[in-house]
Design a protein around this ligand. Sequence first.
Ligand SMILES: *[C@@H]1O[C@H](CO)[C@@H](O)[C@H](O)[C@H]1NC(C)=O
Ligand SMILES: *[C@@H]1O[C@H](CO)[C@@H](O)[C@H](O)[C@H]1NC(C)=O
Ligand SMILES: *[C@@H]1O[C@H](CO)[C@@H](O)[C@H](O)[C@H]1NC(C)=O
Length: 499
Amino acid sequence: MKTMISSLCLFTLIAITKGQETSFFRHKGVNGGIPCAGCTFVVGLIEQLAQVHNRTIMETVDDLCDLLPQGVYHEACTAIIHRYGPVVIDLLYAKITPDLICHGIRFCYVDPGKHFCNLFPLPTQHSSNDDHTARMIKMSHTISEKYLGKQELGKFPDVCQIPGIKFICNVLNRPKHSDKEMDSNCNGIYGVDIDGVPYEDKFCKNSSHLGIGILGDSAAAHFHIPEEWLMASRINKELLKHLPFVIENEFDWPMMSAATGAKWTNLQYYQKQISRNQMADYPMLLFYSLVGNDVCNGFPDTVTYMTTPKQMRENVMNTLKYLDTRLPKGSHLVFIGLADGRVLYNSMYWRYHPFGEINKDVKYPDFYEYLKCLEISPCNGWMTSNDTQRELTYKRVVELNNVLRLIAVNYRNKFDNFDIIYLDCPLMPVLQQWEKIHGKNTGYQLIEPVDGFHPNQYAMVLTAQYTWDLLSLMAPHMLTDVNPHNKEIENIFGDQGGY
Ligand SMILES: *[C@@H]1O[C@H](CO)[C@@H](O)[C@H](O)[C@H]1NC(C)=O
Ligand SMILES: *[C@@H]1O[C@H](CO)[C@@H](O)[C@H](O)[C@H]1NC(C)=O
Ligand SMILES: *[C@@H]1O[C@H](CO)[C@@H](O)[C@H](O)[C@H]1NC(C)=O
């Protein structure tokens, strides 16, 4: 059977081009960031593919792009393999680990004041032995120089300059995200102010033009990388049939979802709720579901960047005032509290990440710490093996949920056009219920295995059911009343699917 790693090429390609773009990441990472991670993932998979299918590294690399759909992706894959294939093969034969290989070819490095980051175990029992690691990196550098030339390696690799790749870079770099870097809507406004607030948001968010634009972009709600793509034992051609579609339409990095939240604009809140609402087919209800964004970021001093209770109150009140001007009379607003993300670590910590399944060498804490080390984690507060850190994050979640709960009580019937109810995040009870039925330590089955962070499709279905049941108990009027303004809502928000 031919193996299929070309998907990973694309994976890296996107990682690389998006990483270089960096415009929408609140924090672009250190030590090479996302391109470094992408490189490490792919090299790790080449090694494992050869191992699983008992083929040589060279055969594996040679066949890499063969089964990719013909066209730009195939060309791009070929171009990347042409450039990096030989050196990666040589380095793998020299028993250099993927982390060190990616240091060798300069996708990864160590920024001043930062530590070396590694996903896979270092090639020695004394993994804390810095000298040994340094020697291995040096060897990796030397071999890389032989292939790629000293000059080429002097700078961070600009993959977009490789012939065959440029086109894809242009496609993937479609400007967006508040024109932080580029003026995508040609109104002459782009860039960010000293606080990192995009000027486009600052000066234009009050115009209906951008509001509609943001409403249409729900990429953050769809993040999913099929686990099979990242598992050498399971990748095959059939699995990748829909790859180009997924890439162009759905696939995106989890950091994107970390970049929406109370710190951002009210309009983004609004957009998010509307898209959630449409997805869940509850046309008369607006779910104000925060889940994790307000406590999730990738900064090392993560708590400093979390939304404070004061900010939360201000942002939510502003949003409510805005919604009152928008929602038809008789609407209902359901606050869903932030999730107690401690369940993530508690459900996952003992398991191998898809990258570590074959050699039993990468568990979720290793994966979390790796993302944290590169400062590209979607959520340092939860995705960490530091117990104190997770408890601090939980403390903030309790504070923020109290703000929401209090607003829901005090303003329950204070707005003209909607009433409000607060519900705790359904994820925890759903996980508990799942474990009651399916046995202890089965909670991981509800979490996206690749990022070890997002609830998966099962979890979505179950939480929707749970929320519905809870609402029929606690606020039946929110579910049973037929709103006379359905037509108006459809006029404003479009067909919401069968209602
Ligand atoms: C792997 O391939 C080699 C050479 O092709 C063969 O000698 C060996 O028996 C194979 N191992 C397994 C486990 O199939
Ligand atoms: C937004 O526009 C309205 C009317 O066009 C104006 O009253 C309001 O002050 C504006 N808000 C901001 C934040 O600029
Ligand atoms: C764990 O997190 C706490 C709080 O952020 C921090 O003070 C402490 O140094 C961390 N411990 C380790 C071992 O990193």
